[in-house]
Design a protein around this ligand. Sequence first.
Ligand code: IPE
Ligand code: IPE
Ligand code: MG
Length: 247
Amino acid sequence: MPTSYLIPCHVAIVMDGNGRWARKRFMPRFFGHKHGVETLVRTVLACADRGIQYLTVFAFSSENWRRPQDEVSGLMNLVLMAVSKYLGRLETQGVRIHIVGDRSQVSQRVREAWHEAESSTQHNTRIHLSVAFNYGGRWDVVQACQQAMRAGIEADQLDEAALNRYMAMSHVPDPDLFIRTGGEERVSNFLLWQIAYSELYFSDCLWPEFDDAQLDAALAAYASRERRYGALKQEEPPAALLPQVGS
Ligand code: IPE
Ligand code: IPE
Ligand code: MG
């Protein structure tokens, strides 16, 4: 188990590539999604073992409703199957589950499964798993503004910290490391507001194949990055020693 890495506090993952993984095996896309859930459970526990405190995963985007009806209903049923199959294990392993996204469009049965996952793990503290489901980064910004307006926040009271309190991810710090599997190098409307200074890591690995070695490669890449947040590099000489502009 690696101990020398600078471990990120919060990792966010776009779990992409389930369909292609299944197609390579001449199987229906649902087969890939089912294996994707197993990979997720393995990854949550691997992250917990490495001391990562927060893991946020993109499970269903606001735009995934555009997929064929049978794939969408398969994914909704998979929520119910996943909760009944894996919730007990996650609960005993100290995983706290949060669901983020617009619940108003999902069925009562899915809402009940989410409620069960959240309430039965609410006392756990080992790792926080936030599952983004029917989530979109733009939806999040809009719903946060709506909540702030409904709360009567005046325009001049609204700053970044005030708006952040209404964002769906206000219960966790911003992601340090943003991983996308599946080979596409785009954000696809995941956490837009929260990834302002996240380190981005793209992998060609299809999500069902993501394993400990892939996770450790992403963590090693993260550990080698220098985060500056707009400031100068640590070893940069003080400004007084630099040539003056115009001199
Ligand atoms: C990601 O895998 C899972 C969801 C979007 C639900 P995809 O289903 O997008 O798989 P590919 O990208 O088509 O291979
Ligand atoms: C992003 O993957 C959404 C999830 C992984 C849940 P998509 O497969 O939907 O993204 P695009 O369509 O390739 O941008
Ligand atoms: Mg995809």
